[in-house]
Design a protein around this ligand. Structure first.
Ligand code: GLN
Ligand code: ZN
Length: 710
């Protein structure tokens, strides 16, 4: 059987209405049993195959469904289940989420996406268990679909597990068994995903897997960039088909004779319609290299929302430019037909959009740190100042008020009164606790990016555009579709209100330009750098207004600084230089006397420590609690303020005064006393007021104790 003319590398699985999320949460809370969860999974799989087949797609994938994470599924497939989870009632979810006694496996980001995978622990006793994929193949057959099972490939698996590459042969033993098993099931094609091949990971594995005597035909899928360095070896290997990401990588230049190329011309990473003429031209170019061509997506579609037809509110001009997963499937099918008929490419549309004046210097430049520090003496802060990262608990009442407002059941002024009441409560609480730098608590924000997107020109937001972030968690990325401008001040009103309530310094709270862009779907007709610069200018306008209104401290969060880091080492320095420049542009409108803070939520930041230093914020707060201060030595060289994050807000545990005091002492051991701040390691919005009150009270007491210490 030849490869089908059209396929997708994967499809969303959380459910068009987040059915899987609800089913998981019900199961975890004990409101539903295993059978209920299994039924929802089976329905979602059946629905996905029905949709794909109904749109006329040729190659249907299977095993792209997951109850939590496909990397965790691969660990289970290979028998990489650490002993400490084996005798738990539900080892799979114990690995994913932990239990009362056993912490979960680590979780981190899937390449340059916002999807998080569970980091496998290889262990010593790998042993294939193909129950899940075989069940899905059988399930699809019962519904009349012949499918191509999809797996994380061995090279990528080993890379993501952070395992010694010397262990590849052991892992390949299990993949060989898998291939034989699938052959015995008469499976025609199997897909091994190898996005690691677009990073700096070298070619391996496929000469050996290709040599397995009785096996399905192999499709090796590379995506998220070009696989150029490994491509010659992959082409020379016995694999029958290779998927190339021709959206984020270019058409290769080597001969592809006798290979099937799944040409990824429809993006799995953005929400834009495919340029039909350009895509056809790409397909012909690949054919001209001697390949037989199938049309596909650049990657799995799990990174985009399900269906544009669920979005009645988007304006027509924008809608005409958009394609979500289901629309992209239709594009793949349409392109395959056009390609087969040899349709002419037609005019390729030119890049549009306005061009940003990159060289123009921002209006105001901040002075050197020494001058800023002197100007900021006016704040009169004590040593070891205490503060928080911005958000206070998002209560059920706040969320309910926001949805009533959206539904039109609550008037704007009534809603605003509730927000003001919440701000007042947060200010009084902080005063009572004795914090030195107060925040307004961010009660008006549903999300630190969506809130700004809703208030800036050039963005649209969706109703159902949910994308899986990890497990049951989803985000709804805004769509940055046009030139970004700030029409009016956004946060000023709430920050000014908070200031009117207290004599203590209040810190204004903004999201940085890189983070706003990283957590949105972004137009592709301008270089990313220019888009980030536009957003930086909008943030700078807000910084200017806050400063002019007398706000003494402004925090510009940049937790996603690392997320846009290019996958190949060779391009990283360039990115970091313009990203840092954008941040400085965004904060350049603060006069020297206004103290600029920034916040990043992770500590395994070794790759970007120099870039963080380059942000030149007067105070940097960073996660340090969970990693036991590992970051401290590398940031000790910063000669400005540093808040290492002295307790972990991700846990409901209340840190004792002794613990916080010890964490402060650790910081004081490596940092000069006049640089250290005392703060939690991230925002408090996921905690309860009860927890926050107890924890912050201990934080303040610990800071006072360490102030008094010699
Ligand atoms: N200011 C934000 C908050 O406190 C920062 C969140 C983040 O770092 N992700 O919620
Ligand atoms: Zn954070």
């Amino acid at each position: 059987m030849p490869f089908p003319a059209s396929t997708v590398l994967g499809y969303p699985r959380i459910g068009p209405r987040r059915e899987l999320k609800r089913a998981l949460e019900a199961y975890w809370d004990g409101r539903a049993d295993r059978a209920d969860l299994d039924r929802v999974g089976a329905d979602l799989r059946a629905q996905a195959w029905r949709t794909l087949a109904g749109k006329g797609l040729g190659g249907l994938p299977s095993n792209t469904f997951s109850e939590y994470d496909h990397v965790l599924d691969t660990a289970v497939l290979l028998g990489a289940v650490p002993d400490r989870y084996r005798d738990q009632p539900d080892p799979y979810f114990a690995m994913a989420r932990g239990t009362a006694k056993t912490p979960p496996l680590r979780m981190t980001k899937w390449f340059n996406t916002n999807y998080h995978y569970i980091v496998p622990e290889l262990g010593r006793n790998l042993r294939l268990d193909a129950t899940k994929p075989l069940a899905e193949i059988a399930e699809a057959r019962a519904l009349g679909h012949e499918t191509r099972p999809v797996f994380v490939g061995p090279v990528t698996f080993l890379h993501l597990a952070g395992a010694d590459p010397a262990r590849l042969p052991e892992v390949l033993d299990e993949y060989e068994k898998l291939l034989s098993l699938l052959a015995a099931e008469r499976v025609e094609w199997v897909q091994f995903d190898e996005p690691a091949f677009v990073t700096d990971v070298p070619f391996a594995a496929y000469d050996r897997l290709g040599a397995v005597a009785d096996r399905p035909k192999l499709l090796v899928a590379t995506y998220f960039g070009d696989a150029d360095p490994v491509l010659p070896a992959l082409v020379a290997s016995p694999v029958e088909a290779i998927a190339l990401d021709l959206v984020h990588g270019a058409v290769p230049t080597l001969p592809l004779t006798d290979k099937i190329i799944v040409a990824g011309v429809v993006s799995g990473r953005d929400v834009w319609r495919t340029d039909r003429g350009a895509a056809l031209a790409t397909l012909y170019a690949v054919r001209d290299l001697g390949a037989s061509v199938a049309v596909g997506t650049s990657s799995s579609l799990m990174h985009v929302p399900y269906d544009l037809d669920l979005e009645p509110d988007l304006d027509d001009a924008l809608r005409a430019r958009l394609a979500f997963a289901d629309q992209k499937v239709a594009e793949v099918v349409d392109l395959a037909a056009a390609f087969a008929s040899g349709e002419a490419t037609g005019p390729v549309s030119a890049r549009g959009g306005s061009v940003v004046d990159r060289v123009s210097a921002p209006a105001v430049r901040r002075g050197p740190y020494a001058a800023r520090r002197a100007a900021q003496e006016r704040l009169g802060l004590p040593p070891l100042p205490t503060t928080t990262i911005g958000s206070f608990p998002q209560t059920g009442e706040l969320r309910a008020a926001r949805s009533s407002l959206a539904a039109g059941d609550l008037g704007v002024s009534e809603y605003e009164k509730r927000i003001e009441a919440e701000i007042e409560r947060v200010i009084r609480l902080q005063e009572r606790l004795g914090l030195d730098v107060l925040v307004h608590g961010e009660p008006e924000r549903n999300d630190m990016v969506q809130y700004f997107a809703e208030h800036l020109d050039g963005f649209a937001v969706t109703r159902h555009g949910w994308v899986q972030s990890y497990g049951s968690r989803c985000t709804r990325p805004p769509i940055l579709h046009g030139d970004v401008r700030r029409a009016a001040p956004i946060t000023l009103r709430w920050t000014a209100f908070a200031r009117s309530l207290t004599d203590r310094p209040v810190k204004g709270m903004l999201t940085g330009p890189v983070t706003i862009v990283a957590w949105s779907f972004v137009r592709t007709d301008l270089p990313l750098r220019d888009v980030v610069t536009q957003v930086a200018d909008a943030v700078a306008a807000e910084v200017a207004d806050l400063s002019a209104a007398g706000v003494p401290i402004i925090q510009v969060d940049e937790p996603a600084l690392r997320e846009l880091l290019p996958l190949r080492h060779s391009s990283q320095a360039e990115y970091l230089s313009w990203a840092v420049e954008a941040y400085r542009r965004a904060t350049s409108s603060a006069p020297d006397g206004v103290q600029v803070h920034t916040h990043l939520c992770y500590s395994d930041a070794d790759q970007i420590v120099a870039a963080i230093d380059g942000l030149d914020a007067d105070v940097t707060t960073i996660e340090s609690a969970r990693s036991h201060g590992r970051i401290l030595p590398s940031v000790a060289a910063f000669d400005r303020g540093l808040g290492p994050g002295v307790y972990d807000i991700h846990s409901p545990r209340i840190p004792s005064v002794d613990e916080v005091s010890a964490a402060l002492a650790d910081a004081l051991a490596v940092l000069p006393r006049d640089r250290v701040w005392a703060n939690p390691d991230c925002g408090l919005k996921t905690r309860t007021y009860e927890q926050v009150e107890a924890a912050l009270s201990n934080l303040v007491e610990a800071a006072h104790r360490n102030r008094a210490a010699p």
